[in-house]
Design a protein around this ligand. Structure first.
Ligand code: S3P
Length: 732
């Protein structure tokens, strides 16, 4: 790539570029330049084999170099450029690695009168507290972001060459203007450094410093790690970017004042709202990263055991989503209890906060929603990130199609691969304008068509509550009567909850009917436990001899109880106790005791009523004597993972005879379930299903990629172990 690459400065960054460029054979010769006083470090770089030669006079260093990278402190940029000017070569690619880019561009203009077309400012976001050639590592840039800030004069070919160079070093390269770069870095890097230095400075100067530092544990260490960074470098960076850092310091001061006032007033609720918002925002941010910072969770299951005891699993996911959506659109204040505090439902909650709705909580399942009325949503400032949650995306696409603003819906890798045409096509028939990718997937770019949607009479090609709910929500903003007919009954929480909010919805056979006539009146919602979460223990207790479990307060809406019916057909012993109705939804306690299961042909009409429970039902089938056949369940292929393939792969790995078919699976049960390492492919229900399989396994099972259990059932590990499953969870 380069014949002779010259690094102006061979510290951590310059040295790491040299080391990585050598490793990948990107330069025939690499030389370093430094001042006299840097000779020892340069000699060390030579000894370490990072560079082939070094110079302390710049002319010799850059002679015949076709690549020159400034990797010295940003404050020295202008003087280095002035020294380079007499030796400038138009055939050479010049770049830098400075943390601030506007200052580099100003220095170029000061020295050259303009930005030379062959100087391309760049910034690898890959610092570390250590400095000097000794700290150099060839992996420093792998999977790290590198931002190039080209100018209007930048030479295109050299830009491509620089991009290619950094990609070869493993960096994720992107381009942006210098100003936004500096603003982003001020917020994400420079301000945190200022804070870390400030805190240590403050505490260090206190008389009682010894006492304080003696007791300073993890939080202090984590927070102040970056105060160990090179003070000269950071003084330079902060001064170079003071224009972007100062406004942030002022905003932070205001935020701290706000928190101080809350503490002073003992305002627990407001303080909790800030902390829980930050907690959730950080989690979303980690989830969006290219997995480099996101945690991985592995479940290790000891074979055997039984489940015993009484428990209450968390709130119903479908109802939790809908409580936020309808509560936000209602007139008045809606109080929710039993809300599911898991990532999917929190994604919906955050989306409505982003659209201007004040929502307090959740705290112990309690949420208070200050409804803005049917037409009160505001345009979100940014894209709405919905994580792993298909329900959020599909329902929101309908709700947002008829708003007076545009917005973009995005999701994680799994959600970005799931089919969205099932909602965008009927919505388009209503006059909505929603752009998807060519594959019909997210991001969904919605152009709000307030007042322009028209009702349709839609026959759904698949039994999907998400599609039905999406169209009903769009129908609340359409002219005329929207009619949605389902090929088989699907969960009807949207219709029930709309009725609870006093919004008129009619039902004629398999058709749900809605119009724009109506408003929602705030209500109180008690979300029952999620039968889809209870299902893991219904199966667990059914397959493990000696088990006896009672699951309290479970939602037993008949559109959700397929799992009970299927298990009973297989011979399970499930009692439905204390049946009652709460807020328009049937609820009961479920007692399940071990009972030998027998394989069955699963009736197709039960499929939509147990659609989320098949991963764990396949485990039940593996433990049942004889053959179990599932058909008519092609929808399983487009859930958070391809649940037919992923379950068949995992079961086979555990020694179970499980044959996937296009729309289901055939399982020969009753044999031995062995141990092994199965991959959940980031699908929460697969991870939990294989954990339950451990109850009947003959050797330990390890389940990989379980972090997404947090999307629906954060307490799974605790509840499962409390009931008797030998589950340990390892996070890294
Ligand atoms: C849901 C409907 C189902 C289900 C999902 C939640 C809902 O999806 O799988 O977990 O809340 O409406 P489909 O409607 O696509 O089958």
């Amino acid at each position: 790539m380069f014949d002779k690459l010259c690094l102006i400065g061979v510290g951590l960054i310059g040295g790491s570029i040299a080391k990585a460029a050598k490793k990948h054979g990107l330069a025939r010769t690499i030389v370093g330049y430094g001042r006299e006083q840097d000779s020892a470090n340069l000699a060390l770089a030579l000894d370490l084999g990072l560079i082939d030669a070094f110079f302390t006079d710049i002319a010799s260093a850059v002679t015949n170099a076709d690549g020159v990278i400034l990797a010295a402190p940003v404050a020295s940029t202008e003087s280095i450029l002035a020294q380079l000017k007499p030796h400038w070569s138009s055939a050479t690619l010049y770049s830098d690695v400075g943390s601030t880019k506007v200052s580099v561009i100003s220095a170029l203009k000061a020295v050259f009168g303009e930005v030379p077309s062959n100087f391309i400012p760049a910034h690898p976001i890959a610092g570390a507290e250590q400095s000097g050639a000794l700290a150099a590592v060839d992996q420093l840039f792998v999977n790290k972001r590198l931002i190039i800030t080209p100018t209007s004069t930048t030479n295109h070919d050299l830009l491509l060459k620089l991009q290619w160079f950094w990609r070869r070093l493993g960096a994720i390269v992107s381009c942006m203007d210098a100003e936004p770069h500096d603003q982003i870095l001020a917020a994400t890097s420079h301000l945190p450094h200022v804070l870390a230095y400030a805190l240590v400075d403050l505490l260090g100067h206190k008389d009682e410093q010894r006492e304080i530092f003696k007791y300073a544990a993890g939080g202090f260490k984590d927070f102040t790690r970056i105060a160990s960074s090179d003070p000269t470098m950071w003084t330079d960076i902060c001064l170079a970017n003071q224009a972007a850092i100062l406004p942030l310091i002022h905003e932070l001061q205001a935020e701290l004042d706000k928190i101080a006032l809350m503490l002073n007033n003992g305002d627990r609720q407001q303080l909790f709202t800030i902390f829980s918002y930050a907690n959730q925002a950080r989690q979303r941010f980690l989830n969006q990263l290219d997995n480099s910072m996101a945690k991985t969770i592995t479940f290790h299951i000891q074979p055997g055991g039984r489940l015993q005891g009484e428990t209450r699993v968390p709130g119903d996911k479908s109802m939790s989503h809908r409580s936020i959506m309808l509560g936000s659109l209602a007139d008045g204040v809606t109080h929710v209890t039993g809300f599911l505090q898991a990532e999917d439902a929190l994604a919906t909650l955050q989306a409505f906060r982003d659209m201007g709705v004040r929502i307090d909580g959740p705290e112990n399942g309690q949420v208070t929603i200050y409804g803005v009325g049917k037409d009160g949503l505001k345009q979100p400032k940014n894209e709405l990130y919905l994580g792993n949650s298909g329900t959020s995306m599909r329902l929101l696409s309908g709700l947002l199609a008829g708003q007076p603003f545009n917005c973009v819906l995005t999701g994680d890798k799994s959600l970005s691969g799931r089919p969205m045409r099932r909602v965008t096509e009927p919505l388009a028939q209503m006059g909505a304008e929603i752009q998807t990718t060519e594959q019909g997937t997210a991001p969904l770019r919605i152009t709000g068509k307030a007042g322009q949607l028209k009702a349709i009479d839609y026959q759904m090609p698949m039994a999907s509550a998400q599609v039905k709910s999406c169209l009903l929500l769009a129908g609340m903003y359409a002219q005329g009567e929207t009619r949605v007919t389902e090929p088989a009954p699907t969960r009807d929480h949207t219709e029930r909850m709309l009725a609870g909010f006093n919004y008129p919805v009619k039902r004629e056979g398999n058709t749900a009917i809605i119009s724009a006539e109506g408003r929602l009146t705030a209500m109180t919602i008690d979300v029952p436990s999620d039968i889809s979460s209870a299902a893991f223990f219904l199966v667990g207790a059914s397959i493990a001899p000696g088990s006896d479990v009672t699951l309290r307060h479970v939602g037993i809406n008949p559109t959700r109880t397929g799992v009970i019916n299927i298990l009973r057909l297989m011979g399970a012993n499930i009692e439905v106790l204390n049946e009652r109705e709460i807020g328009g939804e049937p609820v009961a306690d479920l007692r399940v005791q071990y009972s030998p299961l027998t394989g069955i042909n699963i009736p197709e009409d039960l499929v939509p009523l147990a659609i989320d429970e098949f991963p764990v039902l396949f485990v039940a089938a593996a433990c049942a004597t004889g053959e179990t056949r599932l058909s008519g369940a092609e929808e399983l292929r487009v859930k958070e993972s391809d649940r037919i393939q992923v379950m068949a792969d995992g079961l086979q790995l555990l020694g179970v005879n499980a044959e996937p078919t296009p729309d289901g699976m055939v399982i020969q049960g009753g044999g031995n379930i062995g141990g092994g390492v199965v991959n959940s492919h980031g699908d929460h229900r697969i991870a939990m299903a294989f954990s339950i399989a451990g109850l009947r396994a003959s050797a330990p099972i390890t389940v990989l990629d379980c972090a997404n259990v947090n999307t629906s059932f954060r307490e799974f590990k605790d509840i499962a172990t409390q009931l008797g499953l030998g589950l340990t969870c390892v996070e890294d």
